[in-house]
Design a protein around this ligand. Sequence first.
Ligand code: BGC
Length: 418
Amino acid sequence: MRLRNEVIFFISLIISFGVSNYSSYPRCHVLENNSYSGYRGVNLGNFLEAPSEGEWSNGIIIQKKHFYRIASAGFNLVRIPIRWNAHAMATSPYTINDSFFDRVDWVINQGFTQNLSIIINIHHYNELMDHPESHKDRLLVLWQQISQHYQNYSNNLIFEILNEPYGNLTNTLWNQYLQEAIDIIRIANPNRTLIVGPTDWNNVWALNELILPQNDSNIVVTFHFYSPFEFTHQGAEWVSGSNAWLGKNWNGSQSEKDAINYEFDIAINWAKANNKRLFLGEFGVYQYAFTNSRIRWTTYVRTKAESHPEMWGWTYWEFCAGFGIMDSSLTYWNKGLLGSLLPDSPLIIITNTDTPSTTTSSLPATDTTTGSENSTVSYSMSTSQSNISSVFTYLEILPILLLISPITVFYTKRRIRK
Ligand code: BGC
């Protein structure tokens, strides 16, 4: 009998421990003193945008748990870059492989299962940038197929017409192509939100050249933000000369902030003048910058984006590769970066991100940088959170606790009877 009481007490303790931690996490996306209610999301980069999935991620492909992790952190949007052009016939009728459609369907549905909105785009269509005129028809037929295929999907699926037009895809050509692509998409998707951005890699400086259909109010305009480029892309293998930028910091000085404000305000003023909503579809700092600088920059840019009512949403570049907020095996969060994006995330509590302090952060996990810098950022993780390794969060552990409890009761009862 005594043993039984002890076991029941122990089980109740475990359950109430889990439940109290579960319910104490804030569930709301909007910060106190912050009226931002737009989308907060992340790019699932380096997967379906690679020539074949897994090629850029050591064989890892998108799994259920990617969406589970993203949703449990508190994001509500995922942008999925897709290299459709690598999975379609090179010549007319440019048919997209059925098996690739199946794969993308599965990925989108996993996101929906976690109540996430999903953006799909056409990404890395480099041949189009080099030879726009000979690839125009293929671009349009790709959209014809994609838009017909997903016409019955909920409006939580959003189409972005093309990632980062550049090169020979000039403003004149791009303005024609985007209009024709929108006309095709609208045949079967009259109410779906569409995203379109300017040339020059979706640069704010090219916004003035962008010509959009006048009569379509459900178009959101995207821009990408990586300034100062020598800081955000230091050590990036695909940017020649970027090793010389290693060690560059972003300290949050007034002049550094002013430079960001200046470019950002170009987008905001354009949106006001053109009565458009804006989407910051990519921003991020590559892994070789010092962690505290990455956090300061990301916090500043994200906060800046959220301070304007013209902003429809943002998606950080990216989830679990070189710019990532998690390691590729999804074991560890970089909680400093996560907190710079979602300060009210259920997975982290951060204080004092803007006030200089002498405390050095002791962030768990994915800080692969070497060397040191003077920290001006301090973190306090909730004690209960820091006691447990980053592998599991309480939200993830709760179902396990609930499962273990009845099993323990069953076996205890059997032992007592014996
Ligand atoms: C590209 C990625 C690149 C990122 C940052 C994206 O638009 O598709 O390959 O890593 O920008 O440069």
